[in-house]
Structure formats: structure tokens, C-alpha cells
Ligand binder design. Structure first.
Ligand code: GLV
Ligand code: MN
Ligand code: MN
Length: 418
């Protein structure tokens, strides 16, 4: 039998307040077409953090920030000696991103705090809202940097000297972000958590297609990111004979064609994307001296993720004709299965509220994937229109966002009272 979550707190989730806050956040970094460009550690990110802190003021939360800028807002429990339950997501967006990816998870937890407060409920364990730094990886790759560093899977100093397209060091952007709220006490990386829970829009079409309101997320497929650098030699486009050219664009095309064959999958399970291409000198009348492009490869099966991913470098070496090529891997995460403790808490909450739900894996990666080795972890998905995401047209229904938040309240009451 599914346990009924405390109905008074669930009923106090305000669809209106949540939606209004979502829309207010969407104004920070708004771009044409109803989209958002809120790069991590940018001026817009600083403004979003400040707005979140302003809304949190009435809730008597304890703010803390860790060395990579992950922001925590703790709601005290009755027993301060117990490990907290952590819940949240990210506030940064893709350069042409939508209004819901990431920020929904942060504001859903804030709304859950509002509902608990209005219901006069104090849980046994503290609950920490987290807003992770740089989940998207659009300004500084790879994504999920904040959670990876927090969980001890990568070191902060590996990333400090990365530069964005304008030459700004990550270390400098981070220092500016931290300096904007100098009053927030610092905390070290990592800690022991009782559980981690992340609400998010699905970013795919399944919930909408199946007419379900809640996705009970069972795990996340694996991802590997690579940077391929093809080095040739620039020459005059009109004068240099075709024979003897070292044209980096032509060799990059040969590599991408070979990769398309490697990644071909009649079952449409593998995901392979070349999303960024930088060409130098990038003029119409010069042969390209170098091309750098990204590979984002994902697969739910560990063996396939390893087999195809491990084949990339050698295949690129064989595919080039006139240039040299170097392949570097900068992100590698295995498929993960979430813990039944959290998965069941989400399912029970959805069931107890009479919401339609289905169990499903995630195609996108999330900070939850990097918390999973640290503590029992899970996610709540809500539908997004036509599955459109990483796109200015991203849209989720206010009622679905509120339903996901109600499930969150139910699951938090369960996990934080254990
Ligand atoms: C997250 O933004 C992803 O690319 O899956
Ligand atoms: Mn996201
Ligand atoms: Mn995203």
C-alpha cells in the first residue's frame, strides 16, 4: 500500500507562486522566442542566485556555498545530528535554452519549503536545497561540473584555467560569483547525505505521449564527451592546387562520416551528436588550418558505451587523409541505476496523490548522476511539450510543474522523516 503523504503540506503547494517565480527567473537572460541564455557564473547567474536568496529570506534557511559555487539553503530539522536530505537542480541554461530546464528543480524545492512552512511542519532531518554550478557545460565544458567536484569525482583545480569563448577564466568567473554574495558562509566540498532528489522536466516526449503526469526516474544512461582536433595547413583558396592541400575541414568531414557509421544503430538507442565546430582561420577564401569539434556520445548499455567510445580515437586516426588528428576525452560517466529507497518514495508519493505515473530512465544527464555514488538518489520528471528542450520553445504546463512539486513534498516528507 502506498503511504499517503501529509495532505496539508501537499495542498499548500501554490501553482501560481511557482509559475510566477519561474517566469520571473526567465526574465534573467531572456532571449527572443521566450528562451533563456543564463550561462554559469555569468552576470545573469549572479542575478538569478540573488533572486533565489531574496525569495528564501522569509523561510529562515541557512545559506552556504562550497568552493565551486554550489549554493545550499538548509531548512533545519528537529535533529541536527542527522544527515540531511538534499534536493535541487541547476540555474544555468544552454546558450539558446528554455525557461524550465534546471531552474524548475530549484524552484520546486523552494516551493516545497514554502508548503512545509505554511503547514508548520519540521522534518526530523534537515533538508538542503542545492543549486549546482555549471550543469550545462555550454560556457565551460564539461557539464555537471559542480556536482562532480562536490562528489569528489573531479578536482576543482582541473577546471580553474578553462577559458570561455571570450577568454574569461573559469577561476575568475567563479571568484566574481562568490564575491557577489560575500556574506554566505563557506562549506567544504562533499558531505554525507541521507538521500538526493532532483525534480526536472523530462526533456523527451514519453510522458506526454503516454498521457502521464509524473516520471518516476529509474536511472540515467551513460555519456562520454570528446574533443577532436584536426590540424592541417592554411593556404590560398584560389591559388593553392587541390592536390597537396592539408585541408582540416575536409578531413573533419571524413572523420564525422566514419563516426556516423560507428554510431549507426537500427534500434535508435545510441545518441551521437557533433554540436560544436570551430574552424580556423574561418574565412571563405582560406583553406582551414585546423578544426576542433565536440562529440557527445550516450548509451544506456555500459558495454556499448565502452566499445563504441573506445573506438573513436583509432577510427579518427584512420579516417584522416592529409592532416593529423588528436582526440581527447573530457567527460565520462557510466549508466546509473537509482536507489529503490528514493525511486519508491517518488512512486509512492505520486500514487498516494492519485497522479498518473510511469517508471522511466533519463536520456539527459543530470547532477543526480553524480550524487548517485554518494547517497541514495532519484529524480521526478514532469512532461514538457513535444519533448522539446535545449531550445527556446521549451514549455511545461503550470499544473504539471505543481504536480511534480506535490510529489516532491510527499517524497521529502517520507525521506526526511526516516
Ligand atoms: C544535460 O544538459 C544534458 O546534456 O544531458
Ligand atoms: Mn537540466
Ligand atoms: Mn540542460
Amino acid at each position: 500500500m502506498a503511504k499517503k503523504p501529509a495532505p496539508n503540506a501537499v495542498a499548500l503547494v501554490s501553482e501560481r507562486r511557482l509559475w510566477d517565480r519561474m517566469m520571473a527567473m526567465a526574465e534573467i537572460g531572456a532571449i527572443p522566442g521566450n528562451g533563456v541564455n543564463r550561462a554559469c557564473l555569468s552576470k545573469e547567474d549572479i542575478r538569478a542566485r540573488r533572486l533565489l536568496l531574496t525569495w528564501a529570506r522569509n523561510l529562515k534557511l541557512d545559506a552556504e556555498v562550497d568552493p565551486i559555487g554550489n549554493l545550499f539553503l538548509r531548512r533545519r530539522g528537529t535533529d541536527a545530528t542527522l544527515d540531511p536530505v538534499c534536493a535541487g537542480s541547476h540555474m544555468d541554461s544552454q546558450p539558446q535554452g528554455g525557461r524550465f530546464d534546471g531552474i524548475y528543480g530549484v524552484l520546486a524545492v523552494l516551493e516545497a519549503f514554502e508548503a512545509l512552512e505554511a503547514a508548520g511542519i519540521t522534518t526530523r532531518r534537515p533538508i538542503e536545497l542545492v543549486a549546482w554550478t555549471n550543469e550545462e557545460g555550454g560556457r565551460y565544458a564539461p557539464g555537471a561540473m559542480g556536482s562532480m567536484v562536490h562528489a569528489g569525482l573531479r578536482r576543482l583545480d582541473e577546471f580553474l584555467d578553462l577559458t570561455d569563448k571570450d577568454g574569461i577564466r573559469l577561476g575568475d568567473a567563479l571568484a566574481e560569483t562568490l564575491a557577489a554574495e560575500p556574506w554566505i558562509p563557506r562549506r567544504p566540498l562533499g558531505r554525507s547525505y541521507a538521500a538526493y532528489l532532483e525534480p526536472h522536466i523530462e526533456q523527451g516526449p514519453r510522458l506526454e505521449a503516454e498521457g502521464k503526469t509524473i516520471g518516476v526516474v529509474t536511472g540515467i544512461q551513460g555519456s562520454r564527451w570528446f574533443t577532436v582536433t584536426v590540424t592541417g595547413e592554411t593556404a590560398h583558396a584560389g591559388a593553392a592546387p587541390m592536390r597537396g592541400r592539408k585541408d582540416a575541414v575536409q578531413d573533419a568531414l571524413r572523420i564525422i562520416a566514419a563516426l556516423n557509421e560507428l554510431m549507426a544503430d537500427p534500434t535508435d538507442t545510441a545518441r551521437f551528436t557533433v554540436g560544436r565546430i570551430n574552424v580556423s582561420p574561418n574565412t571563405p577564401n582560406s583553406v582551414a588550418s585546423s578544426v576542433q569539434f565536440s562529440i557527445d556520445f550516450r548509451h544506456p548499455d555500459r558495454a556499448e558505451l565502452l566499445r563504441r567510445g573506445d573506438a573513436i580515437a583509432a577510427l579518427a586516426g584512420r579516417a584522416v587523409r592529409d592532416c593529423t588528428v588528436a582526440v581527447a576525452e573530457n567527460f565520462h560517466v557510466m549508466p546509473c541505476a537509482f536507489d529503490p529507497l528514493v525511486v519508491d518514495a517518488v512512486q509512492n508519493a505520486a500514487e498516494g496523490l492519485g497522479l498518473s505515473w510511469m517508471r522511466m530512465p533519463s536520456g539527459a544527464f543530470h547532477d543526480a548522476q553524480f550524487m548517485q555514488p554518494l547517497c541514495p538518489t532519484g529524480m521526478i520528471f514532469v512532461p514538457c511539450r513535444k519533448g522539446i528542450s535545449h531550445n527556446v520553445a521549451e514549455y511545461a504546463e503550470p499544473a504539471h510543474l505543481a504536480a511534480g512539486t506535490q510529489v516532491l513534498v510527499g517524497a521529502l516528507l517520507d525521506l526526511a522523516n526516516r
